[in-house]
Design a binder for this molecule. Structure first.
Ligand code: FE2
Ligand code: ZN
Length: 449
């Protein structure tokens, strides 16, 4: 019955606040600044094996030749006119700063070696012309020459649409929000380890949906480490390189008991909490131990809609977290976090919520304490509604991989029996490493398709 929660190789239609934007970002060949048509089918066509739909989430820049380039002296910009009639503007200062020649750029690292002290931010330009092979050549007043490839320039067009497309290609920040109706996407552990397309589809779904269950892992320790090595490396914390979730005597974490764990994110006691979590089910309890997850970003959207004041409280009140004990070594952590992190544009970035490690120290004026509890309680009430929670029970050999900055997860209490003990092995990674592997896989898979 629990397994009906999983959908092998296919996702159901998922609601997305930003689905139109996501679809636009999936669309190939957009002209800089041009608004794209939505792709209504893209939300239902995400697949995990050998499919091209999700694999093509990068935004290939339509090859365009440069028709003309000229300097706009007054604006101090170079205007490039493309073959399709569109134009792009590039400030002189930015062009000089990003000269790609071997003097200005260390070729082996693709890193800028031009120093700020040598950059004249008021530079003029001597001449600009289109040269063979579709490149734009700029001669500066000191006769230094910069040659820019047209595709390189086009990717970096400053129009709003082009910048949005490139940012989406680089960071994949448009997510598919889900509720209890989600069928958790699944993939094969072995395929993900050995097949680049499967690995790419896994990581794309992990980013877009927030959770993927990999099936068929050997029922022994060490598999989450193998999976982490497929990406790069895992993240060491005070609970070790990997950690064993079992009912332990003198548990140094609530997870290491057989008690219920309410919905939480892991490790808000670290100022930079782990971005991604792998949990491998080596053996499962016969009774209890079911897992639950909820889409925290979606819950924030609901909170903001239902009670803007509570949303403001949770995005602006710093909460203390603490964690102490001994594991990899002894530790005594303190942190201050907003329960909901938003960026400068008001977009949710991360949920930091763990009732077990939320400190009794509460650094608030006394009259703000009750409003804070009201907001926190409401957020928990929303995330606990049956229509928002996805229930499932892991089977031995399953590895749940999920976004620890976005999803909250919990488990039901379970019964420990000598003949049937529950054992999960977990590991953390950070999103930088996961996104790095995702970009590399996307590039290599694209090259071969
Ligand atoms: Fe956890
Ligand atoms: Zn140069």
């Amino acid at each position: 019955m629990w397994m009906s929660t999983f959908a092998r190789f296919a996702l159901p239609a998922l609601r997305s606040r930003t689905s139109a934007v996501a679809c636009q970002a999936l669309r190939a060949g957009r002209r800089p600044g041009q608004v794209a048509d939505p792709l209504p089918s893209c939300l239902t066509s995400l697949q995990l094996r050998g499919q091209k739909t999700l694999v093509s989430t990068s935004v290939p820049v339509a090859s365009q030749s440069v028709r003309h380039a000229r300097a706009l002296e007054e604006a101090r910009m170079v205007e490039v006119e493309w073959d399709d009639g569109g134009t792009s503007l590039y400030p002189f200062t930015w062009l000089r700063d990003n000269c790609q020649c071997p003097l200005c750029t260390l070729q082996s690292a693709q890193a800028r070696q031009l120093l700020m002290c040598d950059l004249d931010i008021h530079t003029g330009i001597d001449s600009v012309e289109v040269i063979n092979d579709n490149k734009v050549s700029v001669v500066w007043p000191d006769q230094h020459t910069s040659v820019f490839d047209s595709e390189w320039l086009r990717r970096r067009c400053f129009s709003t649409g082009a910048r949005e497309s490139l940012q989406e290609e680089l960071f994949l920040n448009d997510r598919y929000y889900f509720d209890s109706k989600l069928s958790i996407p699944t993939g094969s552990f072995e395929e993900v380890l050995h097949d680049d397309e499967a690995a790419l589809a896994w990581l794309l779904a992990l980013r877009r949906v927030g959770i993927v269950c990999l099936k068929g892992a050997p029922r022994e320790r060490g598999q989450v480490a193998r999976l982490a090595e497929r990406i790069g490396y895992l993240r060491l914390t005070f609970y070790g390189h990997t950690w064993q979730v079992q009912d332990k005597n003198q548990a140094n974490n609530l997870a290491y008991t057989s008690k219920r764990l309410s919905l939480h994110t892991d490790y808000p006691a670290l100022h930079f909490s782990p971005g991604v979590q792998f949990v491998h089910c080596i053996s499962q309890a016969a009774e209890g131990g079911e897992s639950e997850v909820v889409d925290g970003f979606h819950m924030v959207e609901l909170l903001q809609r239902e009670d803007p004041e509570a949303y403001r409280t949770l995005t602006s009140t710093q909460v203390d977290f603490t964690d102490m004990g001994r594991d990899y070594c002894d530790f005594l952590l303190q942190s201050k976090k907003y329960l909901i992190d938003v960026d400068c544009k008001g977009r949710v970035q991360r949920i930091n919520f763990n009732n077990a490690t939320r400190d009794s120290v509460l650094d608030l004026p006394v009259h703000q304490v009750q409003p804070f509890y009201r907001a926190m309680k409401l957020f928990c009430d929303i995330m606990s509604r049956p229509e928002n929670v996805v229930d499932y029970k892991m089977e031995p050999g399953d590895i749940a991989t999920f976004d620890n900055w976005r999803l909250l997860h919990g488990r039901r209490s379970y019964v420990t029996r000598p003949d049937c003990s529950r054992h999960l092995e977990g590991a953390y990674l950070d999103w930088d490493e996961v996104m790095s592997r995702l970009r590399l896989l996307r590039n290599s898979v694209h090259k071969h398709t």
